[in-house]
Design a protein around this ligand. Structure first.
Ligand code: ADP
Length: 427
């Protein structure tokens, strides 16, 4: 299965290149054919001009009734264009060229054996006569001086291209469509592959996350049923609070997955009400500060906003603050120093900054943290758990509140997450 994917990509690439080559050679052949057709048309026109000039010569002599043989010998002995008028010659050349589909501008001359023009159109350049189309006007066995017709056609080099334009354009369009469809297919295949990797990562993560509390609960229950413990009220309290804690942890994990699932179905229903951001921050930090202290860290608040009132959903908004603070605490090697700062920015917006002195993120991580299931390789922080869902949830909720989220970070130094939300009047 692993080898099928690159094989398909190679096969399709080769096929597209092959089709391109075949198409190019078809177009090339078609161009060649067009050129040959043009040559053929000119040759036909020259033959017809010669015939028509000769017929006109005979007409003028009123010798129409001649037999074929007599006509041939009469022409052999007498034909010269000098007996035709300028107008007659011009009309014949014009008519025969048009009849053969040659509608391009042209110049012509008829030269006698001494290279003296008998007829010449105003634009014909004698020095270029070698490159013009040529036709002997006397039959080969004629006794008369050989007269030669020269036609120089102002060939438009791009004409053939223009005539075949639709064909070239269509093949370019179709080729582009094939290449685009191919690119989309390859991208979809890659995405599918990435998705299945993400899925198995997620399942691994989830099993791991739920297994630990389950194992602790199972051990605690075993202990509770132990003869020595069953009569010791203090121990029962300790074990049951352990079970409660682990239960809470599991609940939190399940809730995170459910949050993500709800986002997936675009089911964000906001119960909007006026909220004092400072109050919510105080409530959430209360819950988290114990854990920060356990890690010998510190959490300080700089609530400088004069108008901290926003219209928001209390539960979702509390989750946002909690997720950002939880990350600030999780992704630090040393004792976490977290600062929460609020500020009113001039245009009726409120900015909430959460700064940490944690491990920080590189550019690649920064560009992906808001993707669902994305988790950076946290190096030696093996114990940092998560599903990679927290920030995608935060972003979706902030945007649902018509806000924005920004992040700045320096690897090894720390990160600053800034949430910007519109404020409302206090009253
Ligand atoms: P989780 O924390 O469950 O992995 P998140 O969506 O909350 O998922 O975060 C995604 C990733 O962003 C994390 O795995 C981590 O690599 C990175 N990250 C988030 N917050 C921080 C932070 N404050 N400092 C450093 N890295 C962070």
């Amino acid at each position: 299965m692993k080898k099928v994917f690159p094989l398909i990509v190679v096969l399709i690439t080769l096929s597209v290149i092959g089709i391109l080559f075949i198409q190019m050679s078809w177009i090339n052949n078609a161009l060649k054919l067009k050129r040959e057709e043009f040559q053929h048309e000119i040759e036909n026109a020259l033959i017809q001009i010669k015939d028509d000039l000769q017929s006109k010569f005979i007409d003028n002599k009123t010798l129409i009734m001649l037999t074929k043989g007599a006509r041939e010998s009469f022409l052999r002995d007498n034909f010269t264009t000098q007996k035709l008028s300028e107008e007659e010659v011009r009309q014949i050349i014009d008519k025969d060229l048009r009849r053969n589909n040659i509608k391009l501008p042209y110049e012509y001359t008829i030269l006698n054996i001494f290279q003296t023009p008998l007829f010449i159109s105003p634009g014909f350049k004698l020095q270029e006569s070698a490159s013009a189309y040529q036709k002997d006007l006397n039959n080969p066995d004629s006794d008369m001086n050989q007269e030669k017709l020269y036609i120089s056609i102002n060939e438009d080099k791009n004409l053939i291209f223009r005539e075949m334009g639709w064909m070239i354009a269509a093949s370019i369009v179709f080729t582009c469509i094939i290449i685009m469809a191919f690119a989309v297919t390859v991208r979809t295949l890659f995405n599918q592959k990435k998705l299945s990797e993400i899925k198995s990562d997620f399942i691994n993560n989830m099993t791991h996350e739920l297994k630990t509390p389950l194992a602790t609960i199972s051990l605690a229950i075993d202990a509770l049923t132990n003869e020595k413990v069953i009569h010791d009220a203090d121990k029962i309290k300790i074990y049951s609070s352990m079970i409660k804690e682990e239960n809470k942890r599991m609940n939190k994990q399940v809730e995170k997955i459910l949050q993500a699932a709800r986002l997936e179905k675009e089911e964000i229903k906001l119960n909007l009400q006026k909220l004092d951001v400072h109050q919510i921050i105080a409530k959430v930090t209360d819950n988290i500060s114990l854990q920060v202290q356990e890690k010998n860290g510190g959490l300080s608040l700089k609530l400088n906003a004069t108008n901290p009132i926003i219209e928001a959903d209390e539960v979702h908004f509390s989750n946002i603050i909690f997720n950002l603070l939880d990350n600030a605490m999780k992704y630090s090697t040393a004792a976490p120093q977290i600062i929460v700062e609020t500020l009113n920015t001039g245009n009726g917006m409120l900015s909430i900054k959460i700064k940490d002195n944690g491990i920080g993120m590189d550019k690649e991580t920064l560009s992906r943290i808001f993707e669902k299931f994305y988790r950076a390789h946290t190096g030696n922080l093996h114990n940092v758990k998560g599903f990679g869902l927290g920030l995608s949830y935060v972003k979706a909720i902030v945007e649902a509140h018509e806000g924005k989220i920004r992040v700045e970070s320096t690897p090894g130094k720390g990160s600053i997450f800034t949430v910007i939300l519109p404020t409302v009047e206090k009253a």
